[in-house]
Design a protein around this ligand. Structure first.
Ligand SMILES: [Zn+2]
Length: 390
């Protein structure tokens, strides 16, 4: 946790919640909040005055990283194997983006003749970069951003219903709100920096197409649907356990897989702009996994990391700076998206193969979600033992 986040946490307990507490509970709240505030201020002082002075410390986990990675992925994969797979998928992802970008580029800039004078990575970067820059100009304003996100969710909900992709939660309790201050250190997509150049960069990064994907990822069919389904797990003890010690690859992999599945089903009518934006987003997932291992185990420098994200994965500068900060603070968390996403695809293939012609996509999704966030290998066994919830 950074000093910014700690300061925001203190403000949340000392002001935001205190102000919202009804008069009848003010005294009880003050009594409960005081020790928490004392502890957080002490921790804040420690971060500021003690920890920040230790110049010899290294945030890199080094050899310990492979152990942490193994625990995070439930022993399903080793860090070095993942690095090999991800490096291969990065090249494949860039080739796929080139395929999608070439026809769009020919339309936008016919006089560039596909940049046939270039080759390899520089040619891919030129062609794909130009098309992405063109797409990035379709974006919300700071004022309309939240309303646009709400409309995107309605669009996703209607598509899931129409195609019968899974059972949607009955409650209508999903709301789009600004990121609370205490979470902005790590999750920055919804929290705009007040300085105009950074906000403009963010709005380009989260353009109309990326915002749609974000709504699929965070909302429908992604995390919102997943957490609502997990809220129905019985008995309560199992529900609490699966929520508290849930599998990261299951949770993040589902959201990635959900985006991919929506596109496979023809969301937004196979729009090439959306397909390319999704391919870029998948490339980011792959690049993040590579970044994590190389930073933590292989002594990648800050400059190498920024170059990698901006030149290999088409990240805007501000996005890359924040990703680097997040990678330093959360070892073995960024690869959960990549590992989980590939494992959800393997799981679906395995269940489809086992069930043969009786395989039903919505039935698979509902069954997989009602178990909650178990490791994906365990989920495979649970579904094979009981194709329907007993
Ligand atoms: Zn061009």
């Amino acid at each position: 946790m950074t000093t910014d986040e700690t300061r925001a946490n203190i403000a949340m307990v000392d002001q935001t919640i205190r102000d919202a507490v009804p008069d009848s509970l003010k005294i009880a709240y003050a009594h409960a909040a005081q020790p928490a505030l004392d502890a957080m201020r002490k921790y804040q002082d420690f971060l500021k005055d003690s920890l920040s002075q230790r110049t010899g410390a290294d945030w890199r986990l080094g050899e310990r990283y492979s152990r942490k990675f193994r625990f995070a992925m439930h022993g399903s994969m080793e860090a070095d194997n993942m690095l090999t797979d991800a490096t291969r998928d990065l090249a494949g992802g860039r080739a796929r983006m080139m395929e999608l970008a070439l026809p769009l580029h020919a339309k936008i800039a016919p006089s560039h003749h596909d940049h046939a004078d270039l080759s390899g990575d520089p040619r891919q970067n030129q062609v794909i970069g130009e098309v992405l820059a063109h797409i990035a100009e379709c974006h919300s304003s700071r004022e309309s951003y939240l309303d646009d996100a709400r409309n995107d969710l309605d669009e996703a909900r209607a598509f899931v219903r129409e195609k019968h992709l899974l059972t949607l939660p009955e409650q209508a309790n999903l709301r789009v709100v600004p990121t609370p201050e205490f979470e902005r250190g790590v999750y920055t997509a919804g929290g705009f920096d007040p300085a105009p150049p950074q906000a403009a960069s963010k709005l380009r990064e989260y353009n109309d197409y990326m915002l749609r994907l974000l709504s699929l990822h965070e909302g429908i069919p992604g995390h919102y649907v997943q957490f609502e389904a997990a809220g129905g797990i019985q008995p309560a003890a199992r529900r609490a356990l699966r929520a508290r010690y849930g599998s990261g690859p299951y949770v993040e992999g589902w959201a990635q897989y959900g985006e991919q599945m929506m596109l496979e089903q023809g969301f937004l009518n196979h729009s090439p702009e959306l397909e390319l934006t999704f391919a870029k987003q998948q490339l980011r997932v792959i690049a993040n996994a590579i970044l994590d291992v190389r930073l933590q185990m292989l002594n990648m420098t800050d400059q190498e990391a920024l170059d990698f994200l901006e030149k290999q994965a088409f990240q805007e500068h501000q996005e890359a700076v924040e990703k680097l900060q997040r990678a330093k603070a959360t070892a073995a968390q960024l690869p959960e998206y990549y590992v989980g996403w590939t494992q959800w695809n393997k799981l679906r293939d395995a269940i489809e193969k086992a069930h043969g012609p009786s395989f039903n996509l919505a039935g698979f999704h509902d069954r997989a979600l009602e178990e909650g966030a178990v490791p994906l290998e365990a989920l495979r066994q649970l579904i094979l033992q009981a194709p329907r919830q007993p």
